[in-house]
Design a protein around this ligand. Structure first.
Ligand code: SF4
Length: 348
């Protein structure tokens, strides 16, 4: 029987994906940006974001010379915004220390913000055609099934075992094609539910298939019920439908993005409002409730609005702006916030 890697490489030549936007005129830069986008995002969702990103930031210099805000405005809606902030940080390092190119070294790649071991491996193999293992979600699934690894996927011992296997299976040539092949295999054949084992190139010696355990592997452990979180948002709005936003702290959910005033209890709304504005006979009114799901919890936000005659903002140490639905495209705002502002401007 041919080796695992040779079968994957051959299969990729016949059935793998070759026309994804980041595969056309492939460069290490395109591989880096696409790999970071794909860390938590499906291919179909990432594609239009990738195209718009490349149009605005065609190379490392254009990215380094922009601002984090500008980068985040192209990330709005993709979630996990630390990725966008790290991309900007890394671009600045590459411009200053690496002559505006990605280093062809696994160790140096891994030392850059937002590039972990698997992403470094993907850039090294796909971007430079060098030998390096990867272990993204798709590859974890293929390897757990093929080698019948039944440890809980989140545990370090299981992950270490899978890294060892990923390394052992590397080919002696065609490194980039192999990496793309095993990623594609996980994405299109060895899918989460109902894998298409009959067309899989490594089916013959796949232990999960032989033991009828494809539905049991990988072992994700028992899934916990998501936590519920409740917050109160306050939206000061003027007669021209400009809304007041504040920049969220770098750490935490929606880090560095522009969002509404937020607090944990309804009774705090008035106090916070008065600490930031010089109020003039205005009342805080309930607008609506919205729900949004994050990976670890479900958020319920009670949205309140307060109408302003004038934009009387007190001096605080939080960065703030007044903006409107038209200007939103140029700043980084989370999708639910964007949606609300657009809706308010249409109702206003
Ligand atoms: S045979 Fe089935 S379970 Fe095994 S690697 Fe292929 S698709 Fe996945």
């Amino acid at each position: 029987m041919n080796t695992f890697s040779n079968r994957v490489i051959k299969w990729h030549g016949e059935s793998g994906r070759t026309d994804l936007p980041w595969q056309i005129n492939k460069t290490p830069y395109k591989v880096w940006i696409s790999e970071v986008m794909l860390q938590q995002t499906q291919v179909n969702t990432a594609m239009p974001y990738f195209d718009a990103f490349m149009k605005r930031f065609p190379n490392i210099d254009s990215l380094a010379e922009s601002t984090t805000d500008d980068v985040l405005s192209y990330w709005s809606g993709l979630g996990y915004y630390a990725r966008g902030r790290n991309i900007h940080k890394t671009a600045c390092i590459l411009k200053d220390d690496y002559s505006s190119s990605l280093p062809c070294s696994l160790i140096e790649l891994e030392s850059l913000p937002g590039i972990g071991r698997s992403t470094a491996g993907a850039i090294y193999s796909l971007g430079f055609n060098k030998s390096a293992p990867i272990l993204d979600g798709n590859v974890k699934r293929v390897l757990s099934r093929h080698k019948r690894i039944d440890g809980i996927l989140k545990k370090a011992t299981t992950v270490n075992k899978l890294w060892e296997i990923s390394e052992e299976l590397l080919p002696h040539r065609n490194y980039g094609t192999y990496t793309q092949g095993i990623m594609d295999l996980g994405a299109t054949v060895c899918t989460r539910s109902n894998p298409s084992c009959s067309v899989c190139p490594v089916e013959e010696d796949c232990l999960a298939r032989i033991h009828s355990e494809t539905a049991l592997l990988p072992n994700r452990g028992t899934s916990k019920k998501k936590r519920e979180k409740e917050v109160f948002w306050l939206v000061p709005i003027d007669k021209n439908n400009n809304v007041y936003l504040e920049k969220r702290p770098e750490k935490g959910i929606w880090g560095g993005l522009w969002s509404f005033i937020e607090c944990d209890e309804k009774k705090e709304l008035k106090k916070i409002y008065e600490s930031k504005f010089s109020p003039n006979k205005t009342s805080i009114k309930k607008y609506k409730e919205i729900e949004h799901s994050f990976s670890h919890y479900n958020l319920k936000a009670h949205v309140f609005v307060v109408t302003h005659k004038r934009k009387l903002t007190k001096q605080t140490n939080i960065e703030s702006i007044w903006t409107n639905a038209k200007e939103l495209q140029s700043i980084g705002t989370p999708k639910p916030i964007q949606k609300l502002i657009t809706e308010m401007s249409q109702n206003g």
